[in-house]
Design a protein around this ligand. Sequence first.
Ligand SMILES: Cc1cc2nc3c(=O)[nH]c(=O)nc-3n(C[C@H](O)[C@H](O)[C@H](O)COP(=O)(O)OP(=O)(O)OC[C@H]3O[C@@H](n4cnc5c(N)ncnc54)[C@H](O)[C@@H]3O)c2cc1C
Length: 441
Amino acid sequence: MVGPSSEPHHIIVVGGGAGGLELVTRLGDKLGRRKLADVTLIDKSRTHLWKPLLHEVAAGSMDFAVHEIDYLAQAHWHGFRYRIGEMIGLDRQRREVQLAAYVDDEGREVTQQRSFRYDTLIIAVGSQGNDFGTPGVREHAISLDTPGQAKRFHSRLVNAYIRGHSQSAPLRPEQLQVAIIGAGATGTELAAELHYTTRELVAYGLDRIDPKDMQINLIEAAGQILPALPRRLADAALKLLTDLGVRVHTSSKVAEVTATGVKLATGVFIPAELVVWAAGVKAPDVLASLDGLESNRVNQLVVLPTLQTTRDENIFAFGDCAACPWEGHPGRQVPPRAQAAHQQAGHLVKQIRRRLAGQPPLPWRYRDFGSLVSLGDHSTVGNLMGGLVGGNLWIEGLFARFMYRSLYKMHEYALHGPTKVTLDTMARMITRRTEPHVKLH
Ligand SMILES: Cc1cc2nc3c(=O)[nH]c(=O)nc-3n(C[C@H](O)[C@H](O)[C@H](O)COP(=O)(O)OP(=O)(O)OC[C@H]3O[C@@H](n4cnc5c(N)ncnc54)[C@H](O)[C@@H]3O)c2cc1C
C-alpha cells in the first residue's frame, strides 16, 4: 500500500498490447494529464496492433497500416510517456526495470541499455508461440505472435502464388499447400480466412492456378478442433471448414516440421510449402527468472486475485503473461484472451487510483462472456454467456459476426473514445468499397 507523498508516483506499464495499452491510456487520461502520477509505457515495439487481428493480416484480408497505433502519438494525446525497449531484467530492491539496448533494422544502436525507476510496476508482456521443442518449427514454421510475423507469412503466401502461376514445370507436391498446426481459435480462424483470401488472390489475375491445387490442412493433436471451447461450437466450426474443403486432421501429433511439410507421429507426411505454428502459448522467457517473482511452467507470473504478484505487492501482472486464479473453477486459471485482458485493464485503473489514495486493491473476478469464432466471410459461430444474456445463448451468422467485432470496437473505444472510433469506422467502410478486399503485395 502507498501513502500520500509530495513526489509524483511513478507508474510503469511494461507491454502495450491488448491490455497494457488500454490501461496506460486510461491511467494517462485520469492521472498523467492531471499530474496526479507519472505514467510510463515501455514496449519493445514502436506500434500497436490488436493481436486478434493478426490472422487477418497474415491472410491478407486486413491492411495492417490502417489499424496500427503509434505509441508515441498515443502517449502524446493521452498524458503518458512512452519509452522503447525490451525488458530484460528487474531490480526489486532498487525498484528498477532494466531494458536492453534498442538496435535498429540495420544493427545500429538507437538507445543504450537503461533502467527506469518505479513505485508501481505493471507487467503485461503477453504471450508467444510455444513449440514444445518440436524439431524444425523454428526453422520452417511461422508463428503469429507479432505483426512482423503475420506480414512475413502474407508476403510468403503471395510469393508462393506468383511462383506457382509463373512456373512452366508442374507444381511440386508441397506447392500451394498450407499446413496450420494447432486448431485452437487462431488456427481455425486462419484456416477459414486463408480459404477465402487465396481464392481472391487467384481471381486477381493469377489465372493459371487451378483452385483445386490449393489445399489448406489444419492439424490438431487433440481429438477435436477448438479443444478448449464447447463441443457444439467445435462441431459447427468443423462442419463449416469441411464444407469449404479444408482438410482437418484431428488426433494428429506433429513430430517434425521440414522444408517441404509436416511429419506426424504416426509417420504420415503432409506436404506443405507454408507452415504456421499455432499450437499453444507461453509467456516470454524473461519472466521465468525475474528477480525472484513466482512463475509457472509456461513462464506466467503467478498473481493473487488482486492481480498483484505473489511475492511483491508493488508489482502487478495481467493479461496472457499472468497466471490468475479463476474463481469458481478450482485449480484453473483465467484463459489467455483479449476479453480477460480488457476486463483486467478496466479493474486496474480503479485499483491504481485506490492505491494512490492509500487504500488496498480489491480482487478482480473474470466474467466469461462466451466464445466466438470467426470463419472468414463465411460465418461466425459461438455462444454468449453469463450476465450479457442471462444464461448460455447459441448464436451464429450476422449477429455473431457483429458481436465478434464488438470486442475490437471496445478496445478501440478504450483507446480513442467514441468520436474517433465512429469516424474511423465510417472511413474504413468507404475505402473498403474502393480497394481490393485482399492485400496483393
Ligand atoms: C491470431 C490471434 C487471434 C486471437 N483471437 C482472439 C479472440 O478472438 N478473442 C480473444 O479474446 N482473444 C484472442 N486472441 C488472444 C489475444 O490476442 C490475447 O489474449 C491478448 O492479446 C493478450 O493481451 P496482452 O495485453 O496480455 O498481451 P499482448 O496483446 O500480446 O501484448 C503484449 C505486448 O507486450 C510487448 N512485449 C512483449 N515482451 C516484452 C518485453 N520483454 N519488453 C517490452 N515489451 C514487451 C509486446 O510488444 C506487446 O505489445 C488471439 C490471439 C491471436 C494471436
